[in-house]
Design a protein around this ligand. Structure first.
Ligand SMILES: Cc1cc2nc3c(=O)[nH]c(=O)nc-3n(C[C@H](O)[C@H](O)[C@H](O)COP(=O)(O)OP(=O)(O)OC[C@H]3O[C@@H](n4cnc5c(N)ncnc54)[C@H](O)[C@@H]3O)c2cc1C
Ligand SMILES: *[C@@H]1O[C@H](CO)[C@@H](O)[C@H](O)[C@H]1NC(C)=O
Ligand SMILES: *[C@@H]1O[C@H](CO)[C@@H](O)[C@H](O)[C@H]1NC(C)=O
Length: 362
């Protein structure tokens, strides 16, 4: 069979995971072309800012739950067998306040706050925590073993795996998706298929601008203090678009204190008042951070802001014919780009094979 020439636009977790899975198959020559690459920190590039962990919020029975489910196995394997990927196991506690029922965060977290979520048989050690172990104000809690991903190690690791499999990386900024199939991008001089993994900027890329894509702004503080586990809570007392969570990254990556979920907000600058609220809530949720002392005992590495690429209706994994090239889309994962990454990338690879007539028709 003739070599298939593929251009993946985007080097976030979506583009890199898709290129990685595709590069394991014979017969492809793959170019990843992107404005931002691992190592860059930019408001247009969500992936470096993520915690990141595996805490599914997808609803039982949906495609999204299927993608999340298919992603646990690969991350468990990385945490167990591939320390070079920067992924480790960490215990995870979800704290639940009855007063948060009906709030935006509690709705977003509905599945995570269920006593019987779909993933209870996927992640190890899922259990309810005894009521008497909870601090005042917490009405119930669940716990399980999950993973935390050090994105500063994991994204370059994905690049290295791709390089090992012959993938070519290039800087490029596209004004229109058609430019990705131009003869200057791919060494073969001709492109059979373009994969659209442009995240939030998809909302600006020419071709078809997707008005269903919008940002959910997440502000974080990275500290040297160790949380020892990951913790998340159903809500805060500081308004609907604020959240509270902590997680300690693998391999000296520091502890992420979050956060916020500010829909439609493109502000790249750190809000110092929000930063103080994030730190106050974090030491209350997780006193181990400062040994029960105040936020002045947090040792700050830096503040950060990232924009989750949310898409109304969920991640878009679809193929379409544009002129004489195929385009396969994988964008709009919102706050779940890591925890759905392998499931989404596998679904994308299946569509690539369908489009190119490689997968046997059943
Ligand atoms: C604070 C925060 C915490 C998060 N925590 C988690 C978590 O714990 N778990 C989890 O699963 N997810 C988490 N997320 C979500 C996760 O970060 C995103 O879902 C994921 O990073 C999206 O990846 P992506 O590859 O789609 O987009 P991006 O990482 O934004 O990558 C987009 C790529 O496309 C390129 N690009 C775009 N337009 C063009 C163009 N026109 N020309 C050339 N290149 C272009 C960019 O340069 C970039 O390389 C979090 C996000 C934030 C902000
Ligand atoms: C969290 O609280 C809500 C409201 O009280 C409740 O419906 C839900 O079952 C609780 N979750 C857990 C895990 O106990
Ligand atoms: C590519 O993805 C972006 C989202 O990042 C979307 O807005 C755009 O419509 C897609 N391009 C095409 C040609 O569909």
């Amino acid at each position: 069979m003739a070599q298939k020439n593929v251009v993946v636009i985007g080097a976030g977790v979506a583009g890199l995971t898709t290129a990685f899975l595709l590069s394991k198959k014979p017969g492809y020559k793959i170019v990843v072309a992107a404005k931002h690459m691992p190592g860059d920190y930019d408001i247009e590039y969500a992936s470096p800012w993520a915690g990141a962990n595996y805490m599914p919020v997808s609803v039982t029975g949906t495609e999204a739950a299927e993608w999340d489910k298919n992603t646990w196995g690969p991350f468990e394997d990385l945490a167990r067998n591939h320390p070079d990927a920067g992924v480790h196991f960490q215990e995870c506690e979800i704290h639940n306040r009855t007063k948060d029922v009906g709030s935006a965060t509690a709705d977003w977290f509905a599945e995570l706050l269920s006593p019987t979520p779909w993933f209870k048989d996927v992640v190890p050690n899922f259990r309810a925590l005894p009521q008497e172990s909870l601090r005042p104000g917490i009405n119930s809690a669940t716990a399980f073993t999950s993973v935390c991903i050090n994105t500063a190690i994991y994204l370059p690791w994905l690049v290295s795996q791709c390089l090992k499999n012959g993938v070519i990386f290039k800087r490029a900024v596209f004004n229109h998706i058609q430019e990705a199939s131009s003869s200057t991008i791919h060494p073969a001089g001709k492109v059979d298929l373009v994969v659209n993994c442009t995240g939030l900027m998809a909302s600006k890329l020419g071709g078809v601008e997707d008005k269903a894509v919008f940002p959910a702004r997440g502000q974080i503080v990275i500290v040297r203090n160790d949380a020892g586990k990951m913790m998340d809570i159903s809500g805060t007392d500081d308004g609907d678009d604020e959240a509270c969570y902590v997680m300690t990254r693998a391999a000296g990556g520091g502890t992420i204190l979050g956060g916020s979920y500010q829909k439609g907000n493109w502000e790249s600058g750190v809000d110092p008042n929000l930063a103080v609220r994030i730190m106050k809530r974090a030491v209350e949720l997780c006193p181990a951070l400062t040994g029960g002392r105040g936020i002045e005992h947090l040792d700050i590495i830096r503040h950060g802001v990232g924009l989750r690429p949310v898409r109304q209706g969920g991640t878009r994994i679809e193929k379409e014919r544009l002129g004489d090239v195929w385009v396969v889309h994988n964008y709009g994962a919102g706050g779940a780009g890591y925890q759905s990454s392998y499931g989404c990338a596998q679904a994308t690879v299946n569509l690539i094979e369908d489009a190119l007539g490689i997968r046997a028709k059943l």
